[in-house]
Design a protein around this ligand. Structure first.
Ligand SMILES: Cc1cc2nc3c(=O)[nH]c(=O)nc-3n(C[C@H](O)[C@H](O)[C@H](O)COP(=O)(O)OP(=O)(O)OC[C@H]3O[C@@H](n4cnc5c(N)ncnc54)[C@H](O)[C@@H]3O)c2cc1C
Length: 594
């Protein structure tokens, strides 16, 4: 099994030449951010995750987290020590606000650190990911008192955060949430109910856990409109702000899952002892869904990153295997000697497909994260509005496209290994198993596609989608006159045209009220959109690499061009193949014999 090697050159190239790090560095508060500093930080972070977190990935898979008889979740060997080192290193707080003890780095840099953690050890990385989401939700919607009591400890990682939405009857439809919250005379609430599938709902890493829980207050409106969000600590804080009395909440059981075994997936019971779990309202009553979306949107980008991360790891492992495994002769040559399988065209195709998708997805992810920085720090209202619209549009695509493709890459990784890929020993199978959750949680990919079609296409009467299509079209001019990119340019022009056409068609269906037809095409449309966005950013990559920017050696830049051209000439054309499915309407689906 190969270890994890952080791809610092690729990350730096993508940040600087695709995702606009220089523009982010001009934003208020980020003036100290320059590529050399960022590189130095990321090299250090990469070393940490490769040396401390990656070696625990296999152990985590084999041992898993377990629920002991005394009701405590125990993490696999080595996790506790590694987590302590993680807190001490401060990597988790790098992009958190300085006001709360964070490093104040841009989100786009924090995202790379998060990517490294996920690439090293996806199951472990979920605890900080949810903690970051809790910080964001409390910063935006918590009271001053709440912020003062909880945020610093969450930023430092001394406490972790969780997200409690799902219940047995409330999965994709959170309007069905039944957990109830009763207001007390002192303004706090008591919560009663069961939550399922709660990631890192308990652990032995930190002395407190801060659960953000969706629940209903008496007399609240039906559906999602009536839901409120509560902060429910595992240990209620005493008068000194330290964890004190144990709250009335517990883990009833842990789920046995296909992958991410180290991540405890908990069934949680609130108010089991009859007292009710003490909770504090975050924001106002019946604003819970809106406020939880702060956490969910961030987590959706984080989950999208799992596609990139697991894809990168699966690729590294597959390439290592392909160079070592000797099998078959080179067909068409004189030699009778067997060669490493990396010499065979079909294996090279698999590897290059993996690499090209990873690089395209990484670009999309960093571009999206950069918009997050503009949203928070841009001077002009106009730029902040643009960032907000872009984030709204790109978030479901990042989440769903990257995770669907992540599973496919992990599957290709198994294929490159042949039979050994199906055997657990090589680790390729773990990547496939781990990757499979990402299209499911944080809103299934089907739900992301619905969000894209029903809510994002209509944004500003279609102007947000049109704006992105316009920007992609403008990229074509940068490729003009370059022979090496001529075919790529042609394919990109055709793919953008195809996306404009399906977007228009869906817009018309929405306008005419034929929602079933629009929803029937939602998932293929999201796939098409992601594929074309990938093509656009790979075009930007190729143009930048051909320009020979300083700081990267010529073979790295030549590889970037090859990979980008492969994407543009051989993967991107598949986007238009999805058009018949987008525009197929619902009639065949309705006629299906189910
Ligand atoms: C390992 C793991 C960790 C998790 N972590 C957390 C966590 O930390 N916190 C938390 O709150 N939850 C968590 N979840 C829950 C997760 O978010 C849900 O499983 C997910 O949202 C889907 O809900 P469901 O399982 O009820 O599936 P369902 O809602 O039953 O969906 C089943 C299928 O039907 C489709 N479907 C459902 N409704 C529609 C519709 N209206 N239109 C079209 N298609 C539809 C879905 O896309 C899906 O393909 C976790 C789940 C797992 C397995």
């Amino acid at each position: 099994m190969s270890g994890y090697q952080p791809q610092i050159d690729d990350v730096m190239f993508t940040l600087s030449h695709v995702a606009g790090l220089d523009e982010v560095a001009k934003l208020n508060g980020y003036q100290d951010v320059d590529p050399d500093t960022v590189r130095a930080i990321l090299e250090e972070a990469g070393r940490f995750f490769a040396e401390v977190m990656a070696p625990l990935n296999r152990i985590g898979d084999q041992q898993g987290s377990v629920l002991t008889e005394d009701g405590i979740v125990r993490t696999p060997d080595g996790f506790k020590e590694a987590y302590r080192k993680y807190i001490e290193s401060g990597w988790g707080a790098a992009h958190m606000p300085e006001q709360w003890g964070g490093g104040g780095m841009p989100y786009v840099v924090g995202v790379v650190i998060e990517e490294m953690f996920k690439t090293a050890n996806m199951a472990f990385s979920l605890a900080p990911m949810l903690t970051h989401g809790a910080v964001e939700a409390l910063e935006r919607h918590g009271s001053d008192e709440m912020k003062a009591a909880y945020i610093e400890k969450l930023v430092s990682g001394e406490w972790t955060g969780t997200m409690n939405l799902t219940e047995p009857e409330a999965g994709s439809d959170l309007g069905a949430v039944r957990t109830r919250a009763e207001r007390q005379a002192d303004g706090s609430y008591r919560l009663f109910g069961t939550k399922i599938f709660i990631t890192w709902g308990d652990q032995d890493l930190t002395e407190n856990i801060i659960h953000l829980v969706l629940a209903r207050t008496p007399g609240s409106a039906p559906g999602t409109r009536g839901i409120s969000m509560f902060l429910v600590p595992k240990f209620i804080l005493d008068e000194n702000g330290e964890p004190g009395e144990r709250n009335d909440l517990k883990v009833v059981s842990l789920e046995h899952k296909l992958g991410i075994h180290a991540s405890p997936t908990c069934v949680m019971s609130y108010g089991d002892e009859g007292k009710g779990a003490v909770g504090y309202l975050v924001g106002d009553e019946q604003e819970g869904m809106r406020n939880m979306f702060t956490m969910m949107n961030m987590a959706r980008v984080g989950v999208g990153m799992e596609g990139v991360a697991i894809g990168e790891r699966a690729f590294q492992q597959a390439l290592h295997h392909a160079r070592e495994r000797v099998q078959g002769r080179f067909i068409g040559g004189e030699s009778k000697v067997s060669v490493p399988i990396v010499e065979h065209p079909d294996v090279r195709r698999m590897l290059l497909t993996m690499k090209a998708y990873v690089e395209a997805m990484r670009s999309l992810l960093y571009v999206t994260a950069g918009e997050g920085d503009h949203l928070e720090h841009a001077d002009s209202e106009e730029r902040r509005k643009l960032a907000s619209d872009r984030l709204a549009l790109l978030t479901p695509i990042v989440k769903a496209w990257c995770t669907d493709v992540g599973v496919e890459i992990a599957s290709l990784g198994v294929q490159v290994h042949g039979g050994m890929g199906y055997i657990e020993e090589t680790g390729a199978a773990q990547f496939l198993r781990d990757s499979r959750i990402a299209p499911i949680y944080e809103g299934t990919n089907g739900i992301q596609a619905i969000d894209l079609v029903l809510r994002k296409i209509p944004l500003d009467n279609g102007a947000v989608v049109a704006g992105v299509i316009g920007e992609m079209t403008a990229e074509l001019a940068t490729m003009e006159g370059n022979d090496q990119l001529a075919r790529f340019r042609e394919e990109l022009a055709v793919a953008i045209q195809g996306l404009a056409e399906t977007s228009r068609w869906l817009g018309e269906k929405l306008a005419s009220g034929d929602l079933q037809a629009a929803l029937a095409g939602a998932s293929p449309y999201l796939r098409q959109f992601g594929t074309v966005l990938g093509g656009w950013l790979m075009a930007r990559t190729a143009v930048a690499a051909l320009g020979g920017p300083p700081g990267f050696d010529s073979s790295f830049l030549a590889d970037k061009v090859t990979t980008a051209c492969f994407y543009g000439e051989q993967l991107l054309p598949m986007a238009n193949g999805l058009a018949p499915a987008v525009k197929g309407g619902a009639s065949l689906l309705e006629s299906a014999p189910f």
